[in-house]
Write a protein that binds this ligand. Structure first.
Ligand code: TXA
Ligand code: MG
Length: 320
């Protein structure tokens, strides 16, 4: 048996026994436990130090029918699944009665996605049921995009399935299909425009300051905070900022032609495309958290176009 298969079997056994594992997905690593095992769900909240009013996402195999977990599926649900699953899109739907209220925080809806990471799909297939997996970070901290990030947070007691660096790099888009017009509850790398063109009807875009129900508790400000202060500014604003604090060392996440040659500035050249930028963002922030010589982080404000919306959202949360 290959090492990979041995590790996969070990992960399946642990989940079946009610333990948690670190799970690679294409977005960020998850802290996974069996959806149907209440004590595993309890462990997720305890280990993450996550309040119980923050519902979990159910992760299913691409071969499992959605109707096992959700009802009242709108007619265009199939088109969405065909276009975007497996992939970084989470659907909020009316829940089936057997789902624990720990998963849904007592709401009558459930969030479900089928991740694109091949190892995650293999695991779900071998397990034969769904797992709940919030991002594998402590509540309020930066999400992990490598197995090492997860081990740094939870130590050696947690088994982490090694799946390499996460390709997408920020959390899935969350789309509410449980009431009326579909609505983006959390922006990600699948945009409202892309969804609208598939379902051929309007989609309510993400509204950062709305108090709409259903709530996405993860949208509490400062949810993705790195441990060092982060500002999101234009290059001109950054010049003022780093000049006014000459005794502080800055990391400047910028586009190549906006680098700044200054004694107290380390330039971090970021990718020009949204997909590549997202893929590197958390990894870069994790690294900078560990660099003791850096005091303050500053990121150049990206375009406010649709494809950058998920990135703008994560940067603005991290900067709180
Ligand atoms: O990319 C992702 O979605 C990652 C990977 C691991 O799959 N998971 C993730 O999980 O980001 P978490 O727990 O960090 O964020 C889950 C989000 C929260 O904002 C939560 O409020 C929302 O999903 N959510 C879960 N169930 C919901 C529901 N029934 N209605 C509205 N929002 C819900
Ligand atoms: Mg999270």
């Amino acid at each position: 048996m290959s090492t990979q298969n041995k590790l996969l079997n070990q992960a399946v056994s642990l989940l079946k026994a009610g333990a948690l594992i670190g799970l690679p997905t294409e977005t960020v690593y998850g802290l996974a436990g069996c959806t149907l095992n209440e004590s595993a769900l309890e462990k997720i909240f305890a280990l993450k130090q996550r309040p119980k009013d923050h519902p979990l996402i159910v992760h299913i195999s691409q071969h499992e029918p959605l109707s096992n977990w959700a009802s009242d599926l709108p007619s265009y649900t199939d088109a969405l699944i065909k276009a975007f699953w497996p992939g970084p899109l989470t659907l909020v739907l009316k829940k089936n009665p057997h789902i624990s209220s720990l998963v849904t925080a007592g709401q009558d809806t459930v969030a479900i996605r089928s991740p694109a990471h091949p190892l995650c799909q293999q695991l779900l297939e071998a397990l034969g049921t769904a797992v709940c997996a919030p991002s594998a970070n402590r509540f309020g901290q930066l999400s992990p995009t490598s197995a090492k990030h997860v081990r740094d947070i939870f130590g050696d007691e947690l088994f982490v399935l090694e799946g390499g660096p996460c390709e997408v790099g920020i959390e899935s888009t969350i789309l509410n299909l449980s009431s009326g017009t579909p609505q983006i509850l959390r922006p990600g790398m699948i945009s409202a425009e892309a969804i609208a063109s598939v379902i051929e009807r309007p989609v309510i875009p993400y509204q950062s300051d709305s108090n709409n129900v259903p709530v996405v508790p993860g949208s509490a400000k400062a949810h993705y905070a790195p441990s060092k202060p982060l500002s999101v500014v234009s290059r001109d604003e950054f010049v003022v900022l780093c000049t006014s604090q000459p005794n502080k060392q800055f990391a400047w996440l910028c586009q190549k032609d906006h680098a700044l040659s200054k004694e107290n500035v380390t330039n971090i050249i970021m990718p020009t495309t949204a997909a590549a930028y997202a893929s590197e963002l958390y990894q870069t922030l994790h690294q900078l958290e560990h660099q003791t010589e850096i005091d303050i982080l500053a990121a150049e404000k990206p375009n406010d176009t649709a494809e950058w919306q998920g990135i703008v959202d994560r940067l603005s949360r991290a900067s709180n």
